[in-house]
Design a protein around this ligand. Structure first.
Ligand code: DOR
Length: 433
């Protein structure tokens, strides 16, 4: 029988509030949450949490783990390790792999590899076969394997009738949500950055904010028409935030996520012509950044996700227009949230953890993640040192890829330990698997 784990001296923060308490874990489950607990046996593993926040493990609704098909950029095991180091105990793996996750056998293999990794790997499934946007994927079979999030991420489901049928079908699948990459391809195609003053100045073709807002507006209508749940991936533009806010006010089944790059970086970064700043949807203006922050603050945006999108160096060394979009996120998202949102007072620590843990766990239907930290609950936890200062060094990331836009950036707050089903998978900032 594995030994007990005692997380000692921390401040426990979950959806029910906060208290100073130790957390005793046995056989994968939280046994006791009390002040001044002592290990029941000398063999117990004591994890020091002095000065730290003990939170439910973080849940990432959006990570590209690249397996199968692009294992040079990332594998499920390396991505899950990066996730654990970032405080995540569950990640939703995006289905734009090769082959894509539109087939039960491929999904089953991703789940099997995920089981031996440092984080719970939750497979999403394609909305349409081959992510071609035409014919629905076998959503029922994928749902039977546990898939709850259906998405063609990387591509928008552009055909309104296909999206309507996906939402109607999803209604019959308990817990299913249709997650849209909201960028109208007719407007965005050929564009490599946000369309605006910077794209004109740099002579790079743009992707207008309207490409996102048009699909968000349309899919809100479709959610209303069908009653199906729609989730907007990587919201980036001010008009989209306003549309989601209004839809929520009307009680429609709509949720949304945003990424750290959309609340920390602007299109001005593209002036470097460095493809590390190329991402879809693109980095936008300071006004958009402000709107994303406001949306996170008032709960319009339910979740902060990573959009971890590893690419091999050769791919990102191409000229800006030819390079693939995407940037790393798993190891920096928590610290960027603490540094850019919690420190300046945009979000309280509890609200930040809500956006990173229990709210995304609820969207994905992950009952074992997101807390509360209480006796009898699965021990999926992260222990965060909120004061630790560090500098992002792309050479030291656990990801197989190096395409972080934050190289050299000083951040505050880092994961000390991560516990997955009772097992310490990160101890003192070091991956154990
Ligand atoms: O920038 C992006 N990269 N956006 C996406 O939607 C897909 C992702 C990828 O797979 O690289």
């Amino acid at each position: 029988m594995p030994d007990d784990v005692l997380v000692k001296g921390g401040r426990v923060v979950d959806a029910s509030g906060e208290r100073v308490a130790d957390v005793l874990v046995r056989d994968g489950v939280v046994i006791e949450v009390e002040a001044q607990l002592e290990p029941a046996s000398p063999a117990a593993r004591v994890l020091d949490a002095a000065g730290c926040v003990v939170a439910p493990g973080l849940v990432d609704l959006h990570a590209h783990l690249r397996e199968p098909g692009d294992e040079d950029a990332e594998t499920i095991v390396t991505g899950a390790r990066a996730a654990a180091l970032g405080g995540f105990t569950a990640v939703v793996a995006m289905p734009n792999t090769t082959p894509p996750l539109d087939d039960p056998a491929v999904v089953a293999s991703v789940l099997a590899i995920g089981r031996a990794s440092a984080c719970d790997v939750v497979a999403s499934g394609c909305i349409t076969k081959g992510r071609r946007g035409e014919e629905l994927a076998p959503m029922h079979e994928l749902h039977q394997l546990g898939v709850r999030i259906f998405t063609d991420d990387g591509d928008c489901v552009a055909d309104a009738d296909v999206m309507r049928r996906a939402l109607e079908y999803a209604r019959s699948l308990p817990g299913a949500v249709v997650a849209q990459h909201a960028e109208d391809p007719a407007l965005a195609q050929g564009g490599s950055m946000h369309e605006g003053a910077w794209s004109s100045r740099l002579g790079i073709q743009g992707r207008p904010a309207a490409a996102e807002a048009i699909i968000v507006a349309r899919d809100i209508q479709l959610a209303e028409l069908t009653g199906g749940r729609v989730h907007f991936l990587h919201l980036s533009a001010a008009p989209s935030v306003e549309l989601v806010r209004a839809a929520k006010r009307r009680g429609l089944p709509v949720t949304a996520e945003s990424m750290p790059h959309h609340f920390t970086l602007t299109d001005a970064e593209c002036a470097s012509f460095d493809p590390v700043f190329k991402v879809h949807p693109p980095l936008r203006t300071a006004d958009d950044v402000a709107a994303i922050k406001a949306g996170l603050a008032d709960g319009t945006i339910d979740a902060i996700a990573t959009d971890h999108a590893p690419h091999v160096p050769q791919a990102k060394e191409q000229p800006f227009e030819q390079a693939p979009p995407g940037m790393l996120g798993l190891e920096t998202t928590l610290a960027l949230t603490l540094t850019e949102l919690v420190e300046p007072g945009v979000l309280s620590l509890a609200d930040a953890l809500a956006r990173l843990s229990w709210s995304p766990a609820g969207i994905a239907g992950l009952a074992d993640h997101g807390g509360p930290i209480a006796s009898g609950r699965p021990a999926n936890l992260c222990v965060i040192d909120p004061a630790l200062q560090w500098e992002v060094d792309r050479a030291r990331l656990a990801s197989r890829s190096r395409n972080t836009p934050y190289h050299g950036r000083k951040l505050t707050g880092r994961v000390r330990h991560t516990i997955l089903r009772g097992e310490p998978v990160v101890v003192d900032g070091v991956a154990q698997r």
